[in-house]
Write a protein that binds this ligand. Structure first.
Ligand code: C2E
Ligand code: CA
Ligand code: CA
Ligand code: CA
Length: 278
């Protein structure tokens, strides 16, 4: 900070200013983006590791700004969460994802589950259940073909979280805990929670093939999941060495660049067309 150039102090200042300017800019652009529908969704396949079959896909929002270009979700989702814009944006993603999934089913592709990320802010909206039911009704998607991915951050209010998760289950919609192992995930939390799937965070998968500790954590998650009757998916599977370990450990599902990057809806459809007929 002190001497990063001709004038360290003003450098520091301009850096701070720049950051908040960027932030204000993005906030404003985000509002317009919702209005002008600058968003798209990419779909990343999820596979059954034992059979190699595709079982579902995660909907990942994409923002292509007309002047600024592609803006990464890790950049704009936190702003959308803080400003509350995640509410309309998240609803749009859910609706679009369900619509698209139903469309593929109607086209005759084997039925898949679409997973949609739900931020904590959305999870605690009083009309969450109404919104989900409405979207399922409007799109005609049966609830078992929808999964909501929530992060451990919702467990800050564990009793409330459990009640809402139960209501989601009552709708027939599946839930999974995203980035599992990185947050509040003391195993005691998940003991009585009505959830279906643990999604092992990519940080454990990254070095699972060469780090004893990561491998031990993954094995512990698989054991607990088996005991609690939960399914497991590993995210961020990039190389065959990681897949080999996951197969050996009996991990049920996987997702990652090794299988496919997130694809535009058109590319995802081509991917479905190219799958071997079984
Ligand atoms: P996430 O939910 O953990 O999603 C997985 C991220 O990992 C995605 O990044 C995906 O493109 C990336 N990924 C998938 N496979 C691999 C791999 O093998 N290696 C590596 N290095 N990365 C891989 P993306 O699309 O940039 O999204 C980042 C985060 O933004 C998401 O993390 C999620 O937290 C958030 N996000 C994205 N779409 C939505 C949305 O519609 N709603 C909400 N609330 N959050 C979203
Ligand atoms: Ca996710
Ligand atoms: Ca994740
Ligand atoms: Ca993440």
């Amino acid at each position: 900070v002190k001497d990063s150039g001709r004038n360290g102090v003003s450098f520091f200042h301009s850096d701070m200013e720049e950051r908040s300017l960027e932030r204000i800019l993005l906030e404003n652009e985000l509002k317009k983006a919702i209005q002008y529908e600058q968003f798209r969704i990419d779909y990343q396949p999820k596979l059954d590791l034992a059979t190699g079959k595709v079982t579902g896909m995660e909907a990942l929002v994409r923002w292509d700004h007309p002047e600024l270009g592609r803006i990464a979700p890790n950049k704009f989702i936190p702003i959308a969460e803080e400003t509350g814009l995640i509410i309309p944006l998240g609803e749009w993603v859910l609706r679009r994802g369900c619509e698209q999934n139903k469309h593929w089913q109607d086209q005759g592709y084997p039925p898949l589950k679409v997973s949609v990320n739900l931020s904590a802010r959305q999870f605690y909206q009083p009309d969450l259940l109404d919104m989900i039911s409405r979207i399922l009704k409007d799109t005609g998607l049966e609830p078992q073909w929808l999964e909501l991915e929530v992060t451990e951050s919702i467990f800050a209010d564990i009793d409330n979280a459990a009640a809402i998760l139960q209501e989601i289950r009552n709708l027939g919609v599946h839930t999974s805990i995203d980035d599992f192992g990185t947050g509040y995930s003391s195993f005691s939390y998940i003991k009585n929670l009505p959830i279906d799937t643990l999604k092992i965070d990519a940080s454990f998968i990254r070095d699972i093939h060469r780090n004893k500790e990561s491998h031990a954590i993954v094995k512990a998650i698989l054991t607990i999941a088996q005991t609690l009757n939960l399914s497991v998916i590993a995210e961020g599977v990039e190389i065959p060495e990681q897949l080999a370990v996951l197969n050996e450990d009996g991990c049920g599902h996987g997702q990652g660049f090794l299988f496919s990057k997130p694809l535009s809806s058109q590319d995802f459809e081509n991917y479905l067309k190219d799958l071997p007929i079984t």
